[in-house]
Design a protein around this ligand. Structure first.
Ligand code: FAD
Ligand code: NAP
Length: 313
């Protein structure tokens, strides 16, 4: 039986692996369905992780040393997709997609979340090259420049507000004329001078060149009027899918407490409502969705696992 099964090999899972193994646990396996590294490996540049400030280094470069470090202390990686986690009496059963299962005394889940895509022409081509889903990560690259934001929910409006402090102008593009975001947030946004709200409008195409995005082609769906917006950056906030399916039982019910938005409810020690089960990184409530916070969560959960196993033995 494993001391700890870690599910997901992004910043949260890798850090949990480092702290559990370096903290003396011998039998720790990280189930990561792809290469370890997580979402940040899609990023063309990262400059907000303290201590790592190298112009031009990609997210892939950044994560490479994380795996080396973790594996050096004994973390094992199984490149397998986890189907589900269940608790049976005092231990957990981790069921893999290939039908095999493995028992574990504790489980740390860090399967992340996936920003929804729109399917707009040019979105895939310019993803990470002017198309972003993270204002905290990429807003600074557009300091004193004009950018566009797509979406009408709380996230789009809050991120537009954040960008308005960095960028010279923010065009907020929404497909309807009423917003899904809370009325107080909408009122706040309407009073910010450098945010221009463009409603009843869709983006038909994201345009660009070798260097990245150069603009967006817009269409007003009420009037059919078309226009162009010259911007070097487009931030898309049309919702997130939390990768929480491993926490559903065979009947489709969650095994631990979840928020209305599908995030795992945890306390400050990353404990879920099930003893011995921890959730970390982008998938937990109130997640700042940053590498540094995901790594912090992984460390916190790992230290809790070590204490928990000591208490139980
Ligand atoms: P993830 O990184 O999402 O890792 C989860 C892992 O779990 C994935 O590798 C996935 O393959 C695996 N997994 C999922 N389900 C299963 C399963 N069933 N079985 C096995 N494995 C599974 N943050 C910053 O701090 N600074 C930045 O500059 C920055 N830029 C970004 C740029 C881009 C393009 C993107 C997409 C994100 C960026 N972020 C940035 C956000 C940052 O990447 C995330 O906050 C962080 O990676 C979250 O870490 P995590 O470990 O919680 O989840
Ligand atoms: P959301 O509420 O689902 O809003 C998504 C927005 O994107 C909607 O305005 C939607 O338009 C638009 N959209 C969806 N698909 C699109 C497409 N293909 N093209 C163009 N626009 C598209 O998502 P969210 O803003 O990420 O919020 C998720 C949940 O978290 C919500 O419940 C929200 O209240 C909550 N949240 C709360 C806070 C807070 O309380 N401070 C902060 C952030 C998020 P339509 O409106 O036309 O459908």
């Amino acid at each position: 039986m494993l001391d700890c099964a870690i599910i997901g090999g992004g910043p949260a899972g890798l850090t949990a692996g480092l702290y559990t193994t370096r903290g003396g646990l011998k039998n720790v396996v990280m189930f990561e369905m792809g290469m370890p590294g997580g979402q940040i490996t899609q990023s063309s540049e990262i400059e907000n992780y303290p201590g790592f400030y190298q112009h031009g280094k990609t997210g892939m470069d950044f994560m490479e040393t994380w795996q080396e470090q973790c594996f050096a202390f004994g973390l094992k990686h199984e490149m397998k997709k986890v189907e589900r986690v269940s608790k049976e009496k005092e231990h957990f059963v981790v069921t893999l997609e290939d039908g095999n299962s493995i028992e574990a005394k504790t489980v740390i889940v860090g399967t992340g979340s996936t920003p929804k895509r729109t399917g707009i022409k040019g979105e895939d081509e310019f993803w990470g090259r002017g198309v972003s889903t993270c204002a905290t990560c990429d807003g600074f690259f557009y300091k004193d420049k004009e950018v566009a934001v797509l979406g009408g929910g709380d996230t789009a409006l809050e991120e537009a507000h954040y960008l308005s402090n960095i960028c010279s102008k923010v065009y907020l593009i929404h497909r309807r004329d009423s917003f899904r975001a809370s009325p107080t947030t909408v009122d706040r946004i309407k009073n910010i001078d450098n945010i221009e709200i463009i409603t009843n409008t869709i983006i038909e195409e994201i345009e660009g060149d070798m260097m990245g995005v150069t603009g967006v082609r817009l269409k007003n769906i009420k009037t059919d009027e078309k226009s162009n917006l010259k911007v070097p950056g487009l931030f898309i906030f049309v919702g997130h899918n939390v990768n929480n399916s491993v926490l559903k039982d065979e009947g489709g019910n969650f095994i631990c407490d979840m928020s209305d938005w599908g995030q795992v409810v945890v306390d400050l020690s990353m404990r879920t409502s099930i003893k011995g089960l921890y959730a970390t990184g982008d998938m937990r409530i109130e997640a700042p969705k940053q590498v540094v916070s995901a790594a912090g969560d992984g460390a916190v959960a790992a230290l809790q696992v070590i204490s928990y196993l000591q208490e139980e033995s």
